[in-house]
Design a protein around this ligand. Sequence first.
Ligand SMILES: [Zn+2]
Length: 240
Amino acid sequence: MGKVAYRCVECNEKASELHRDYSNGILKITICESCQKPVDKYIEYDPVIILIDALLCKTQAFRHILFNTSLDIHWKLCVFCLLCEAYLRWSSLHGSKQSSDPADIIRYTKEWEFYGMFGLAALELSAFCCGVLWFLWMVVGRLQGRTVELRLLLRALLLSCYGKVLFIPAVIWENDYSPLCLGFIKLFVLTSNSQAIRVILNSSRRLSLTAVCVGLLSETCMAQAVTRLPWSIQDMLTFD
Ligand SMILES: [Zn+2]
């Protein structure tokens, strides 16, 4: 599989295998030498249980996903989440002038605004990731002298943005609580991001929260820059 080291989901200790395959068809889960618990109990679990534990931001579930699986969907997931976010922004642009005329729907699909919103969401996500990675590289890599695997961190950040998928139901089932729902979704995504950083670096909660705040600041600056610059892309897009 090309995987060198797994991690114990309980204590983060490195392990060479998750289970041992005895030739007579018996599989035995490896026990961690450090904490004497199964290295990865999740290999026996149903994916739904793993997803629920990940939704609850359990450290063990995050370690299982980020270290012990070769889940390689982060770029696809990132594009899908950006599409969800673009749809949310685009639909809020048109929220006041909805029409049930089919011709209008067809015209809407041709609109460049949607792609523009996708571009803006991508720009803001890039700013967020760059802010987080820069901060961690400076603090953990430079000040603490530890190796920071930026590739692993980026994968963890992108995977932990999966909560943005919830933007779609929040827009579809639009109600009076929508701004509150969107706020909760954003908070959930940031909590997941923070937990992912904490798991990858095995760091304190304070460090991962600070990194997320730096990322959020960078994202906000980018959003402000895009709306305020004289050649504002957003003005060109929302030109009526
Ligand atoms: Zn252990």
